[in-house]
Design a binder for this molecule. Structure first.
Ligand code: CA
Length: 225
């Protein structure tokens, strides 16, 4: 899962970036409204954290532009403390959630997780596909109840597929959602990750759809043929 942070306070921005990376997200950071708007418009994100008070272009304008451009990614706005008018304006401009500064990073992460889950139609924080379980809160994966250790990149890939269970996901889409902007992206690595995940979780957990990409299906939900 990939997240964009648009925040002009350098310390807060970098701290959020590091925390979210530690929580298993690929993270890009923009420090003004213009750059933030451009990234949100041209890159693929699963959620965006948007500060409202920004240089160049303010956050509300950025959000309003995205929504007019049909960019539907979930957006959490950061508002000034006790500013109810900011919250109302943010929600009216198309924000999905808000958090007032100062906030606990844990709360921000929990809200982001919920936003990402809801956007992909998952109500529970634990994602299940047959014998495989992925707990989005702890970042832990298990197979038949036994914990399985995944690397950070393997986890990102599996998490994206589990959030989009039953859908065909192309290699390009996977690359866009598991790497940040600065990463040297190589589409061959996706295949390597898939192979490693299959070794750890079973060969049939991820299906290759020839010419299209990959799909993760729940064996219990597979239609009888
Ligand atoms: Ca600010």
């Amino acid at each position: 899962m990939r997240v964009l942070i648009v925040e002009d306070e350098p310390t807060l921005g970098r701290q959020l970036q590091a925390t979210l990376e530690g929580a298993g997200y690929a993270v890009d950071l923009a420090t003004d409204g213009e750059d933030g708007h451009f990234l949100g418009q041209t890159e693929s994100y699963d959620a965006i954290v948007l500060d409202l008070g920004l240089p160049e272009v303010d956050g509300l304008t950025v959000l309003d532009r995205w929504r007019k451009e049909d960019i539907t990614v979930p957006v959490l706005v950061l508002t000034a403390r006790d500013s109810w008018s900011d919250k109302v304006a943010g929600l009216d401009a198309g924000a999905d959630d808000y958090l007032a500064k100062p906030f606990q990073t844990e709360e921000l992460i929990a809200r982001l997780r919920a936003l990402i889950r809801r956007a992909s139609g998952n109500a529970s924080s634990e994602l299940v596909a047959g014998p495989v379980r992925l707990d989005t809160r702890s970042g832990k994966v298990s197979l038949d109840g036994e914990p399985v250790k995944l690397t950070a990149q393997e986890y990102k890939l599996l998490s994206y597929l589990m959030h989009h269970k039953g859908k065909v996901v192309s290699r390009t889409e996977l690359i866009e959602h598991i790497y940040d902007q600065d990463f040297d992206r190589d589409s061959n690595t996706i295949e390597v990750f898939v192979t490693r995940i299959r070794k750890k979780l079973g060969a049939d957990v991820i299906t290759t759809i020839r010419g299209l990409g990959y799909a993760l299906e729940d064996p219990n939900e597979r239609r009888a043929e």
